[in-house]
Design a protein around this ligand. Structure first.
Ligand code: FAD
Ligand code: SF4
Ligand code: SF4
Length: 653
């Protein structure tokens, strides 16, 4: 073989703590290496041109680049060697940045370690074989999981781009949290007025199929060819017949049912429609509270329904859809603030969450937009807002900032004054984080125009004074003195966490999640909506906190990625996959059971059971190779021989 080695300085990133020229000098002595050099920026255009030129000049048939992580530039360099006529898999990369220069400062040991990594890459390359990708057809359809504003935007943009869209929402209506909001910062425009048309477009778009009250049961397959099982939950109402007239709601005698959409500040009935602008606007029976389903005694809604839509016998149904790409947009939940016993832990009805407050302010909410105390229906005059409840609090394991609470608290204080002109709002805060466009101006308006009193400090205790008020005790850390405010209503700006079931969904999607359950993007800066599983994208708060504009932007970004991906008729498979040596295989089936992608099958061929790897499904994870007791299944370019050769290189140097 004739191998060329390129030791990249990456400016001072590597060159600052690794003697690159020395590594190149040593590499020139390795077996089969006929050329070694140390360019400044190998990934830049002149760097790539130099590789191409060297391939021609020295008749190279293999190339090693020692630089950054392969996750960053392996595809770049594969394309470079391919342009010069080599098979793109006759290329190896040694990571001497993240694995060497960024973790140690001493030049000599760094230089030695970089040399070892290069020696290993050369030995591996000497055993590489050219590999060839297979083309496979792509299903031109996308699945979007979660119908909040991020998922809605992704669905509309994909559908407008001509792609059939399957939108799965686990609640009975799309809209997510935005559908619960009254008005939105920083423009104070009505949430329903800007979200409503998008929700209607989703329902009416010929390219969008909506599965509400549904969840993902299982996901199989791979980029371009996913098979998805969707569980349509029993609603006990035939939605083809239901016209959303609401007759059933009025007559249902089971009235004391917690109203999830109204965040606990109202009760609903056993049969309900989430809110007047719900999409789809269809009735759903809550089986836990339905007297007919639990006791076999009632049946009122079936009697009054003019279209005979009620079906108490309805069962969950599973449907299968085939799609080429998936967007996860499952948003967030508020953290359980009841751990704060000093705030009453949920005992006091007039200590409510910010989302519940949105429902009280909302014209389509349970009070018709009049802010009334849950305890006695009186209009509150003194309202205390407490920020960072369940955010930036290490004591309960929630060190992170929830991102939008400073802004929506300012909004709620402004709106409170609009609703109740003789009211007074107080805000307890740690610092104000208002970094978006016009955001700082907005929070200032709350103080300067609306007279909101901001008190810097944490609230230590909230308790009822027995005379119909709540006493809020805290510390003003700017004045250095304790404060005590008599409040009629306390609104907690409760922090956020990934939505319930996010981790389980991540496992079905085979994507990573962080310690708080938020989905991990492929690269924080350069691939913010991609994930480590090809064909799976993330939009909105499921990836980390963001407000509505940022969630919408990510929805559109996902759509752009999906439209780009599915504009192709075929995709190429990754040829670095597992291969079975049938002479060694004893058909024990361990690999079949181990493969997380279901890519290994046991098939009958010419009267014999044989193990087969489905090339387009194998992701090259290598689990099967370490499971096989016979060493009969090997991963191309990570064979036992190659790994041993690398270890030998390390021992000999
Ligand atoms: P969500 O709105 O959470 O939507 C996610 C959707 O996915 C939901 O419909 C959920 O039911 C569904 N889902 C979850 N899991 C699954 C699953 N496994 N399968 C199927 N479906 C699933 N931002 C602003 O810009 N301006 C404001 O004025 C503002 N006010 C706010 C006020 C409050 C009190 C709060 C708490 C937030 C406010 N925000 C505001 C932030 C705003 O709510 C978010 O930016 C926005 O809702 C994020 O949208 P999303 O689609 O990512 O998530
Ligand atoms: Fe109307 Fe019947 Fe639907 Fe209830 S179930 S909203 S009564 S059509
Ligand atoms: Fe309500 Fe159930 Fe009776 Fe229908 S059958 S009216 S949902 S309690």
């Amino acid at each position: 073989m004739r191998i060329g080695v390129f030791i990249c300085h990456c400016g001072s990133n590597i060159g600052g703590t690794v003697d690159c020229a020395e590594v190149a000098k040593r590499a020139a002595t390795f077996p089969d290496v006929v050329y070694a050099t140390d360019p400044m920026y190998t990934c830049a255009e002149p760097g790539q041109a130099a590789i191409e030129a060297a391939i021609h000049e020295y008749a190279l048939d293999g190339v090693v680049v020692a630089s950054c992580s392969p996750r960053m530039h392996e595809p770049t360099f594969r394309r470079t060697v391919e342009r010069a006529g080599l098979n793109p898999f006759m290329f190896e990369m040694a990571n001497i940045r993240e694995h060497v220069s960024w973790i140690g400062k001493d030049v000599e040991p760094n230089t030695n370690k970089a040399t070892e990594l290069v020696a290993m890459a050369v030995e591996k390359l000497r055993r590489n074989q050219p590999l060839f990708a297979q083309e496979f057809p792509v299903i031109k359809k996308v699945l979007i999981i979660g119908g909040g504003v991020a998922g809605i935007q992704a669905a509309l943009d994909c559908a407008d781009g001509g792609l059939p869209v399957i939108l799965v929402e686990r609640e009975a209506t799309i809209g997510g949290k935005m559908a619960k909001l009254d008005k939105t910062f920083p423009t104070i425009d009505c949430s329903a007025c800007i979200l409503g048309p998008k929700m209607v477009d989703c329902a009416q778009h010929p390219n969008i199929t909506l599965y509400a009250k549904s969840e993902i049961e299982d996901i199989g397959g791979y980029v371009g060819n996913f098979q998805v099982k969707i569980k349509k939950k029993a609603t006990y109402v035939d939605w083809h017949k239901c016209t959303g007239c609401g007759t059933c709601l009025e007559k249902c005698p089971s009235k004391d049912v917690p109203d999830r959409f109204n965040e606990g500040v109202a009760k609903t009935r056993a049969i309900t429609i989430a809110f007047p602008q719900a999409i789809p606007k269809k009735a759903v029976i809550n089986a836990d509270y339905c007297r007919q389903i639990t006791k076999g005694k009632c049946g009122v809604c079936a009697k009054v329904c003019p279209t005979k839509a009620i079906n108490y016998e309805m069962k969950d149904e599973v449907v299968t859809e085939e799609v080429g790409a998936i967007v996860a947009a499952t948003g967030y939940d508020l953290v359980d603030w009841h751990v704060y016993q000093e705030y009453g832990g949920g005992k006091y009805p007039d200590v409510i969450t910010s989302l519940a407050y949105e429902r009280l302010m909302n014209a389509s909410g349970p009070t018709g937009g009049h802010i009334l105390r849950p305890s006695d229906g009186r209009e509150p005059k003194n309202i205390v807002f407490v920020q960072c409840v369940g955010s930036r609090d290490r004591s309960i394991g929630r060190p992170g900032c929830s991102g939008f609470c400073c802004m929506y608290t300012a909004k709620q204080a402004i709106l409170t004054k609009d609703h109740i002109p003789d009211s007074k709002s107080y805000v307890f805060y740690m610092d104000i984080r208002a970094t978006g466009k016009l955001y700082d101006e907005f929070t200032r308006r709350a103080v300067e125009e609306y007279g909101t009193e901001y008190i810097r400090g944490r609230v230590s205790q909230i308790y009822p004074d027995g005379l119909g008020h709540l006493v809020v005790m805290g510390m003003d850390t700017l004045l250095g003195q304790p404060v005590e405010i008599k409040a009629d209503l306390v609104v907690l700006a409760v922090g956020i966490e990934a939505s319930a079931g996010a981790k389980e969904l991540a496992e079905k999607l085979r994507i990573s999640y962080d310690h708080a359950g938020f989905f991990m993007e492929s690269h924080v800066k350069l691939k913010p909506v991609e994930t480590n599983t090809a064909g799976v994208f993330v939009a909105g708060v499921c990836q980390g906190t963001k407000d509505i504009p940022a969630s919408v932007a990510q929805g559109s970004a996902c759509a752009a990625k999906v439209l780009g991906l599915l504009s192709r008729d075929t995709l190429s498979s990754n040829p670095q996959i597992a291969r079975v040596n049938n002479m060694r295989c004893v058909v024990c089936g361990k690999c079949v059971r181990t493969c997380p992608f279901g890519a290994i099958k046991s098939v009958e061929e010419r009267g014999r059971t044989q193990i087969r790897v489905i090339e387009t499904m194998c992701q090259g994870c290598g689990l099967c190779t370490s499971t096989c007791p016979q060493g009969a299944i090997q991963l191309a370019h990570a064979t036992d021989n190659q790994i041993l050769a690398e270890v030998n290189a390390l021992c000999q140097i």
